[in-house]
Design a protein around this ligand. Structure first.
Ligand code: PXL
Length: 261
């Protein structure tokens, strides 16, 4: 364990503080990890809707990254919403020399369905960034976009994970949160399949669930925890955070990021 574990999020801004880089930083802090952030895009949003998205120029993204990594330590990083192919390419060039695990959360849309990634950028994500990823964490919709397969049950999840492994990430975790029944996630790593189950929690307040989940995993990796432990911690954290969501705002509110998971 590092004396002060440090994690980095490369993600979009959600000014409502429930998702995006704001959620990531809160989660890093809550898990005892010093958090840094590189902004890729700005959203104008509240719990009701995303009103606008502005993607930064790739040179601004890479300049932020270079400023941080030429100065501060970093023990794990994650990516969230990346906006477009040019931003992804800039990050991918640098990710080749990361000496710490990179978690790629292939965010494609906001909670309300607003696109946070161009269609053409999906190919760039797969071809350029996935080879440097330690872990990718697609949900069912993202797994479908990434593979062109229908992914709605465990058998298809296993097939899709094996398909995505060919793009180069060391581990693939497909989140089954939108399956019928219990939430079952499927991990494919080192040629092995493993399932992680948790109870389904009924709540309208799910804004930032995916960001929170991948941020907990990244924080645990920054503390040198093994991947399976990190996933278990993330599932427990998200379950508790959903169960005790503070019901803020008039739309789909944030989770309770004060839990101990
Ligand atoms: O949860 C996906 C996500 C990621 N990044 C930003 C978002 C959202 C969802 O709303 O706003 C900036």
């Amino acid at each position: 364990m590092h004396s002060m574990p440090v994690a980095l999020t490369i993600a979009g801004s959600d000014p409502s503080g429930g998702a995006g880089l704001q959620a990531d930083l809160k989660v890093f802090h809550q898990r005892g990890v010093y958090g840094m952030s590189v902004v890729t895009l700005l959203t104008v949003q509240n719990t009701r809707a995303v009103q606008n998205v502005f993607v930064l120029g790739p040179e601004m993204v890479s300049a932020q990254l270079d400023a941080l990594l030429s100065d501060l330590p970093c023990h794990a990083a994650k990516t969230g919403a990346l906006g477009n192919a040019r931003v992804i390419s800039e990050i991918a060039v640098r990710a080749k020399s990361f000496r710490f695990p990179l978690v790629v959360d292939p965010v494609m849309a906001s909670q309300h369905g607003q696109a946070l990634l161009d269609r053409e950028a999906v190919t760039t994500l797969k071809k350029e960034l996935f080879p440097s990823a330690f872990l990718i964490t697609p949900n069912l919709d993202e797994a479908e976009s990434l593979t062109g397969m229908k992914v709605r049950d465990l058998t298809a999840m296993e097939k899709a994970a094996k398909c995505m492994a060919q793009d180069g990430p060391q581990a693939i975790l497909i989140k089954g949160g939108h399956l019928e029944g219990d939430a079952v996630d499927l991990l494919y790593a080192g040629g092995k399949v493993q399932l992680f189950e948790s109870r389904r929690i009924k709540t309208a307040h799910t804004h930032g669930t995916g960001c929170t989940f991948s941020a907990v995993i990244t924080a645990e990796l920054a503390k040198s925890k093994p991947l399976e432990r990190a996933i278990q911690t993330a599932k427990a954290f998200v379950s508790q955070a959903l169960e005790s969501s503070p019901k803020l705002g008039q739309g789909e509110g944030p989770l309770n990021l004060f839990v101990n998971g």
